[in-house]
Design a protein around this ligand. Sequence first.
Ligand code: HSE
Length: 307
Amino acid sequence: MPKTIKIFSPATVANVACGFDVLGFALNSPGDEISMALNGSGSVELRDETPYRLPLSPEKNVTAVALQSMLNALQSKQGFTITFLSKIMPGSGIGSSAASAAAGVFGANELLGCPFTRRQLVEFAMQGERAASGTAHADNVAPALMGGFTLVRSYAPLDVIPIPSPPIFAAVVHPQIEVRTSDSRKILRHEVPIKKAVEQWGNLAGLVAGLFTGDYDLIGRSLHDVIVEPVRALLIPEFYAIKQAALDAGALGCSISGSGPSIFTLSRSEATAQKVALAMRYGFDRVGIENHAFVSSVNKEGVRVVE
Ligand code: HSE
């Protein structure tokens, strides 16, 4: 019997308000689970046990695309059997495609004796994101693979920096509406007025400084997105009412998670994050939108072997 490993790959919150395409962090749950084994056939065989009818052709499946880019770099003709056991709901804004891409390259790397570091795997997982949304952004795959908060300082060449953080708790609420990343990228403006750019990079630098020094007030003052949120908020019913409710319940800050529709907050304590999650859920319940909430500390490890 070939060795089979089971992988857990975490959900992630990208952008973190002011860091569009460059900042993200990993959650402890939810996440994807896959099992993976070498199969000696020279091809990648995919099996889906999730309720989501994942695309199983190797050119369309994000896990297979990411894995193939890694095998190309190794000039390897290894075959793998991958079974998707459970999955973050696609189109939720918490890094569903990134978790799948990270799981595939991480699992293959483990089965092949770890030729790459986690940081090196980011470049391959990004190819899965390209297949999913048309853009090889790394702000979900980097924290999924490396854990914690990560900053993509540069894409060419890729330069991913781990950012330390104090104890901090995310509450994420996912309304049951689907927003495709490719669609919510199409509506963005391509030019940014310099005044807005100055505000945004001031906040991004403030957020990174606050995370490094554990200055919660600075983190809270910096969690503002003046460029992307005002455009994408239109895709999320009740966004501003829910954001206000989260801040009133004690969140340090609140914005759209990745490309939405999930909304994330950060709080100092788990108790506050729970209170914030309830306040946000009520905002959706009130208008009859089904929703789920996740409260999590920051996952410092990232994708891992569970069995
Ligand atoms: N930075 C990406 C975006 C994240 O906002 O489009 C997608 O999850």
